[in-house]
Design a protein around this ligand. Structure first.
Ligand SMILES: Nc1ncnc2c1ncn2[C@@H]1O[C@H](COP(=O)(O)OP(=O)(O)OP(=O)(O)O)[C@@H](O)[C@H]1O
Ligand SMILES: [Mg+2]
Length: 444
């Protein structure tokens, strides 16, 4: 186990470092908060021992940053003797324990052993999986982080209602899983759950796919076909990637939802819509509908209830359990995860979210040689960790850029030559960026 010590008092620092090194720990010592954070970013740290009062960044501040970038890192704060209020505060900030000065080394060691035990439990694949499977959800969905708990509690509350649900989240966050969960927790879990991927069906087949057709309705319609709406009767119709639906089909879908009736192509007869509709998208559908890329009325119809699914980098606490889950499912022989490996996995940013984690593990498990998954078994990008700040910065820049583009287009009445001029970019660049952010004029 790697232990980081941050203390501005050189005597105390050396005393602790020397003692812990003798116990067989790898110790990294820092003379202030800044140095501690630098070491923390560079090394895989399982436990931080932080002096509460330091010049510059205090132990609290260091603790807060460490926990924000890796909630799994354990921390013990060293506080002044008798400072009970501080102790309460540091526990609130997420310290796992605290110890008073002067530090009693035997006591410290006992506390460190406790931390080690809790880390061993977290890394123990079998145990974590048992805990997960004992959960009451009808699907294996892992999510004990505050962000996922919010999402799952929302799922439980909306599941029983008849309204349409819009699930929004980045690619690979588990939108489809959430959709199935809404269905299974709903009033008719045994009824069909019919999935339509709006991005994958060719435009000319979509109507027939959704609403069905009669024999002879068009060339090639050599027999009657029941559409997805009909097949989902009594259950759920899941419209995946609904943001990709072309405008003409948006209108047809809207009509079906408004009138609650459909008819097969080539038929006069109306059929009542008896399916609950759940839609999912990885686009910001509100923004898209504001910029004209998606019908606003359809957006409101789908978005009666809305379930946001947070990206994985906003719920890093879930990563160890997800790792355990995928390892238990995919490993062909018993394998444990080294603490440093888990540490790297927790720090990585996952632009592809849970699906990316799943693929990373499948690959690493296949290539791993021993019975312990080592950092060297992980892909390059995970080992070298894209920094947290990078991911967030790019996200913010993208939002900023999209807003600037939309504003310029609105102001110039969507005349691209003028908007490009205003933004100081070529028309080609403007068109490329409009494509990237799916900016389209709202059709009136
Ligand atoms: N909370 C979770 N617990 C366990 N497995 C999960 C979880 N979230 C996602 N997965 C798994 O990750 C993969 C991606 O999930 P899913 O297909 O639901 O994502 P999605 O948001 O629909 O992705 P896309 O936007 O690409 O369609 C699936 O294999 C799914 O089983
Ligand atoms: Mg999906």
């Amino acid at each position: 186990m790697n232990i980081l010590i941050a203390d501005d008092d050189p005597m105390q620092r050396e005393l602790l470092a020397g003692f812990l090194a003798k116990q067989g720990y790898r110790v990294l010592a820092a003379a202030d908060g800044e140095e501690a954070l630098t070491l923390f970013r560079r090394e895989s740290i399982q436990l931080a021992l932080l002096d509460h009062r330091m010049p510059g960044l205090t132990g609290d501040q260091v603790l807060e940053r460490i926990k924000a970038s890796n909630p799994l890192t354990r921390a013990i704060l060293i506080t002044a003797y008798g400072a009970v209020e501080t102790a309460v505060n540091v526990m609130k900030l997420g310290a796992d324990d605290f110890i008073e000065k002067p530090v009693d080394l035997t006591d410290l060691l006992a506390r460190i052993h406790r931390v080690e035990q809790s880390l061993a439990v977290a890394a123990d694949v079998a145990e974590v999986v048992d805990a997960v499977e004992a959960g009451p959800l009808p699907l294996a969905i892992i999510g004990d982080s505050p962000a996922m708990r919010d999402t799952l509690s929302l799922v439980r509350r909306v599941a029983d209602s008849p309204w349409s649900v819009l699930i929004q989240g980045e690619t690979g966050t588990g939108k489809e899983l959430i959709a199935r969960l809404v269905h299974l927790l709903g009033p008719t879990p045994a009824a069909p759950f019919i999935e339509v991927n709006c991005a994958a069906i060719p435009e000319n087949l979509f109507e027939s796919e959704l609403f069905g057709h009669e024999k002879g309705a068009f060339t090639g319609a050599d027999r009657q076909h029941r559409g997805c709406f009909e097949r989902a009767a009594g259950g759920t119709l899941f419209l995946d990637e609904v943001g990709e639906l072309p405008p003409a089909l948006q209108s047809k879908l809207l009509r079906a939802l408004q009138e609650k009736r459909i008819s097969r192509i080539g038929s006069e007869r109306d059929i009542a819509v008896e399916a609950r509709v759940i839609a999912a998208t990885n686009r910001d559908l509100r923004a898209l509908s504001e910029s004209g890329g998606f019908r606003e009325d359809l957006f409101f119809r789908l978005n009666v209830l809305d379930i946001p699914v947070p990206p994985l980098r906003r719920r890093r606490e879930d990563i160890p359990a997800l790792v355990a889950h995928f390892v238990a499912r995919d490993a062909r022989r018993p394998i444990r995860i080294a603490p440093q490996t888990l540490d790297l996995l927790v720090r990585y940013d996952y632009p592809g979210n849970v699906r990316e984690l799943e693929h990373i593990l499948q690959r690493s498990l296949t290539l791993a040689r021993g019975s312990l998954l080592q950092p060297a078994d992980l892909p390059e990008e995970v080992r070298h960790g894209t920094t947290l700040a990078q991911g967030l910065l790019q996200e913010r820049l993208d939002i900023l850029e999209r807003d600037l583009l939309t504003a310029a287009l609105e102001e110039t009445d969507w005349i691209q030559t003028r908007a490009a001029e205003r933004l100081g970019v070529s028309e080609r660049v403007l068109r490329y960026k409009m494509g990237k952010y799916a900016l389209r004029r709202r059709s009136v």
